[in-house]
Design a protein around this ligand. Structure first.
Ligand SMILES: Cc1cc2nc3c(=O)[nH]c(=O)nc-3n(C[C@H](O)[C@H](O)[C@H](O)COP(=O)(O)OP(=O)(O)OC[C@H]3O[C@@H](n4cnc5c(N)ncnc54)[C@H](O)[C@@H]3O)c2cc1C
Length: 500
């Protein structure tokens, strides 16, 4: 019997496995899918590489704690190249273009030139991002394991506090009311769902402008493969096509994990990194604690979001197009809701994503819980209708792309359409959500220890434990689960000691 049984082989499960092995704990990962990586995934379609995850990755600045974690798990360092773009996003509303430039002074100048009527708010916006540049996510230890000096270190973030206080109770939607210009409103509001507190936008742009959210060359495939290889090289074992069905609990311990194929494994400790809706189904609903009950029940305060992603191959190179562009278009409908903005991701910088001389683009449309219900209903009641709805949507999008990029007329072919139902089908993601709960203003930030009352050898990990989820929180919670497990066994001193 291994020391730790890890359920779920996403970023959090792989991280937990790597730190377990580094700490001298023998571990194994059970994953329901045919491959590990979870939501950080990619595949091939018609000779093109579909990257269905990373657009930005926090923790690429070597001065940060997160960077240390990414190097521990093998993703960064060792010559891994980063794609360092001058800008993160181009917004194009009725032909007026604005950018999130890496150089914030350049961004301020551009925004002031576009919207002199918003000069005062533009200056405050840029200042807020600059003040948020002081933030560096504490990633090395969970809060309860921090000592006095660890807490003192956090004082370096004090510059961000006044901004956090001033705007902490404001949603993105409320914040953009301060601006008159539509391009600026779109720049601030159209990337993240509008219910997010606006601090999320400041944070995101602050991370990009400090070189702490660049894209690793090779994308999601590289991230997952490097983590898998690191884990295996440390002696970890991975079992794919192993869907956990039930945790057997005796005397406040999970003693056995039963799988869908009828097999079972005895356990000493469990780190469960599946979506929490799956974790609590495996444990039994009575184990769901007040924190998660509140989040699932209060959907207005804790909404979720997802995406439809449509991929198009392009007969020619699209290196001349922006790396990411958000533009307005003729309205179209998904699930009786009107959309009039598209976000295009261009993979021209990735040498291996498209055959030589060809292009690949991804179109993103944000979806919410009610949209998930639409896709889920279609899928469960009529798979043909589900397929047709995807094809029809791709056609609508293609015609808008051809209008916006007239030079691409007749050169686009839809090669993949992914819906919120796809995320749910392949990883069990709650309502197709690929991040944790949206951080709305006025509600407490989600910070869950992963420890469940009444279970002595069981830990949750995964992006849902820390708002707003995403790759860094999957990584952090995987590490912290191992630290907490060791602390409970009074052997925290073993953490990562094999590494030394
Ligand atoms: C389209 C898209 C774009 C994204 N873009 C970004 C981005 O740019 N930056 C960023 O930081 N994050 C991004 N994310 C989010 C990021 O992918 C996730 O935050 C992260 O991968 C979550 O990792 P996790 O390990 O917590 O969970 P998961 O990836 O959900 O891993 C859970 C694992 O458990 C497995 N599992 C579930 N049930 C069982 C069971 N019963 N038995 C065994 N195994 C089971 C699942 O198959 C899965 O492998 C994006 C995600 C998507 C889908």
């Amino acid at each position: 019997m291994k020391d730790v049984t890890i359920i779920g082989g996403g970023i959090s499960g792989l991280t937990a496995g790597i730190y377990a092995q580094l700490s001298g704990l023998q571990s194994e990962i059970y994953e329901r899918h045919t491959i590990v990586g979870g939501q950080c995934t990619s595949w091939t379609r018609n000779g093109f590489h579909i990257d269905n995850c990373v657009h930005w990755m926090t923790g690429t600045n070597p001065k940060t704690e997160l960077y240390q974690l990414w190097t521990d798990v093998g993703v960064l360092g060792n010559g891994q190249e980063l794609l360092k773009h001058d800008y993160f996003l181009q917004v194009n509303i009725d032909g007026v273009k604005a950018h999130v430039w890496r150089d914030l002074n350049k961004m301020q100048d551009e925004l002031l030139a576009i919207a002199p009527e918003d000069a005062k708010e533009i200056r405050s916006f840029i200042k807020a991002i600059k003040d948020f540049q002081a933030i560096s996510i504490p990633a090395l230890k969970p809060n309860e394991q921090m000592n006095f000096w660890d807490k003192i270190k956090m004082l370096s973030m004090i510059k961000a506090l006044p901004v956090a206080r001033k705007y902490g109770t404001m949603s993105i939607d409320d914040y953009i009311k301060r601006f008159k210009n539509h391009t600026i409103k779109a720049l601030i509001s159209n990337y993240l769902p509008k219910q997010y507190y606006v601090l999320a936008t400041f944070f995101m742009y602050a991370m990009f402008t400090t070189g702490n959210a660049d894209l690793p060359l090779g994308g999601s495939d590289m991230i997952t493969n490097r983590m898998r290889d690191t884990y295996l090289s440390l002696g970890g074992e991975i079992h794919c096509r192993k869907k956990a069905n039930k945790f057997v609990i005796e005397n406040q311990r999970v003693t056995k994990v039963e799988f869908e194929d009828g097999s079972a494994t005895e356990t000493k400790n469990v780190i469960c990194t599946t979506d929490p809706s799956v974790s609590f189904a495996l444990l039994g609903e009575t184990y769901m604690d007040a924190i998660f009950r509140k989040c699932y029940a209060d959907k207005k305060s804790y909404p979720i979001f997802s995406e439809v992603n449509v991929y198009f191959s392009v007969e020619t190179s699209i290196a001349h197009l922006p790396i990411m562009e958000l533009f307005n278009c003729e309205p179209f409908e998904i699930a009786n809701k009107t959309h009039s903005v598209l976000c295009m991701n261009n993979y021209a910088d990735e040498p291996n994503f498209a055959p030589e001389g060809k292009g690949l683009m991804q179109i993103l449309v944000v979806q919410y819980e009610e949209d998930y219900e639409y896709w889920n209903n279609l899928y469960t009641t009529d798979k043909e209708a589900y397929k047709q709805a995807k094809t029809a949507l791709a056609k609508e999008i293609q015609s808008r792309l051809e209008k916006h990029y007239p030079e691409l007329q007749g050169k686009l072919t839809e090669i993949e359409c992914v819906t919120p139902k796809s995320f749910n089908r392949f990883t069990g993601a709650y309502k197709g959500s690929y991040m944790g709960f949206v951080q709305t203003p006025h509600v407490e930030k989600m910070t869950h220890t992963g420890i469940i009352d009444g279970l002595n050898n069981f830990h949750l990990a995964g992006q849902w434990l820390l708002t707003p989820g995403g790759l860094p929180n999957a990584l952090i919670t995987g590490r912290w689960a191992v630290q907490r497990l060791l602390q409970r066994e009074n052997r925290l001193h073993d953490f990562c000691c094999k590494k030394k």
